[in-house]
Design a protein around this ligand. Structure first.
Ligand code: TRP
Ligand code: ZN
Length: 496
């Protein structure tokens, strides 16, 4: 037994209390002012104000997950029982802090003494008080943990959280499947933008990158694939197999995955012997499998091509997770993108391009999403040209023609609004803006600027303004008017 106080309640009566308590946290700035020593419940992203939390910086997530896939494929509900051990550094004096966690019930929280390192021993842990605040209408769930004694700015601690819940088919604010998506044979896990909280307690802010350890226990016969590299062979006992993965490169939470399926693993090598691990669901067969295998065989060459242009591949591993199920899109999950039904050549080029643009250097705020998608689109164009399919200029002209035809110039892609993160304009106008920038500053400054951007903000996050500064420095020319015309003005810009 623990002495933990449980203030979370399921019943509808409790929702009233809970909604009342949420009123105080709806504005992060206000909450911080009210109780100075409480970490804010949001990171301040204008699109997702309650995602992420203030007052600390996560260093490492150790996620121990036991997952039961649906017993009836007609009812897509699974079950997750988990223990998250999170090591963090306080950036303010804290008497409490918050994590984002949606759809799960917490049943125990322990805090390790400050100064405790990775190799903490259970004897050092003390039970902590916590509360869960929940408001389904505004999609806000917060887990607040009391810290006794207080954590001082600059101290680190480790917090262990036990929780469980049924898993379903969560959707983002636009209705697209995301997060821990329960499938007939497992789960497709794709968090962008704010879906990580559907499976672990998280500081869900792309500015707080951390390393990860995953231990995923699934029924014997299932395969669990996460980011990074395997930590030893899977271990089976009593009909359950534990798959261990270690992601040693700092990663934004929206890029984490722990997908489960009837995957068959295969291995390849990228430049310099870099390990490539591909997981293809046994349910992918026939032409989609033939096409997927042919496209995946191109990965080492694509990696060399992009490394020559933009610098060394930024992570410890690469590969693909190809599920026989679908969320309707692919995602650039770090070191191991997830694909729906099949992996095609240009989607692989796109998701590989994101490893540099989006993953090594991530958007500081969600309104900077065009930096991810514009670059990834441009990289598809570069690969197509390299393959002799079409010149970049031709693909640029086609994209502009498509924007003209559909009359899609009105949107400010540098601040498109929360529900327009993945609309066509972000990709096409974004890719066109990158190409126009190259035409504006010339090849030498363009590639020098791109490499400087990747070097300066590696393992970190940055804004559109930061990108403009780097490109102005590389080219020695002012680019304010250019960036406004290509990203923000509600009109077709002058063509290069
Ligand atoms: N980032 C994905 C990509 O590059 C796109 C994506 C994430 C997406 N969530 C989405 C697309 C929801 C459509 C709907 O391809
Ligand atoms: Zn993309």
């Amino acid at each position: 037994m623990t002495t933990s106080m449980r203030t979370y309640r399921r019943a509808a009566v409790a929702l009233m209390l809970v909604t009342a308590s949420l009123a105080g946290i709806s504005s992060p700035a206000q909450a911080t002012n009210q109780i100075a020593a409480t970490g804010a419940p949001g990171s301040g992203d204008p699109y997702f104000p309650n995602s992420g939390n203030g007052g600390y910086d996560v260093l490492h997530y150790d996620l121990d997950l036991r997952y039961t896939p649906p017993s009836d494929p007609a009812v897509l509900v699974g079950h997750l029982t988990a223990e998250a051990t999170i090591t963090l550094l306080a950036t303010e004096d804290l008497s409490s802090l918050n994590f984002d966690l949606r759809g799960h019930e917490v049943f125990a929280v322990w805090v390790y003494g400050s100064g405790a390192k990775h190799g903490k021993s259970p004897a050092e842990r003390v039970p902590a008080e916590w509360s869960q605040m929940r408001d389904d209408a505004s999609r806000v769930w917060e887990l607040a943990i009391q810290l006794r004694p207080k954590l001082k700015a600059g101290q680190r601690t480790t917090i262990e959280i036990e929780y469980s819940g049924n898993t379903g088919r969560p959707v983002d604010t636009t209705g697209a499947l995301y997060g821990w998506v329960t499938t007939a044979d497992g789960a497709m896990v794709v968090n962008e933008p704010d879906g990580a909280a559907t499976w672990y307690p998280v500081n869900d802010d792309p500015e707080d990158k951390a390393t990860y350890t995953f231990r995923i226990t699934v029924p014997e016969g299932k395969t669990a694939v996460a980011n990074g590299l395997p930590d030893g062979r899977p271990v089976t006992t009593g009909g359950w197999t534990t798959w261990a993965w270690e992601a040693s490169d700092p990663m934004a939470s929206y890029l984490s995955t722990a997908s489960v399926g009837d995957y068959v693993l295969s291995y390849d090598e990228g430049p310099g012997g870099l390990p490539i691990i591909n997981a293809i669901d046994a349910g992918v067969t026939g032409q989609p499998l033939t096409d997927t295998n042919a496209a995946l065989a191109l990965q080492p060459r694509m990696m060399s091509f992009l490394a020559d242009l933009f610098g060394r591949y930024p992570f410890e591993a690469f590969g693909a997770i190809v599920d026989d199920d679908s969320v309707g899109y692919a995602l650039e999950t770090q070191t191991r993108p997830v694909y729906s039904h099949l992996a095609s050549e240009y989607t692989i080029a796109h998701e590989l391009g994101h490893q540099w643009f989006g993953n090594a250097v991530s958007p500081a705020d969600w309104q900077d999403i065009w930096l991810n998608e514009g670059w990834a689109t441009y990289i598809e164009w570069l690969w197509a040209e390299h393959q002799g399919k079409a010149t970049v200029t031709k693909q640029f002209t086609d994209a502009v023609a498509e924007l003209d035809r559909k009359n899609l110039w009105a949107l400010n892609i540098a601040d498109p609004g929360r529900d327009n993160l993945f609309v066509e304009q972000i990709y096409r106008r974004g890719g066109a803006a990158i190409h126009a920038l190259r035409a504006e500053v010339g090849d030498a400054a363009f590639f020098e600027g791109a490499r400087e951007w990747l070097g300066r903000y590696d393992d970190s996050s940055a804004t559109t303004e930061d990108f403009e500064v780097v490109m102005e420095e590389a080219s020695g020319q002012p680019l304010d008017a250019f960036f406004n015309d290509w990203l923000r003005e509600p009109n077709r810009p002058a063509m290069p």
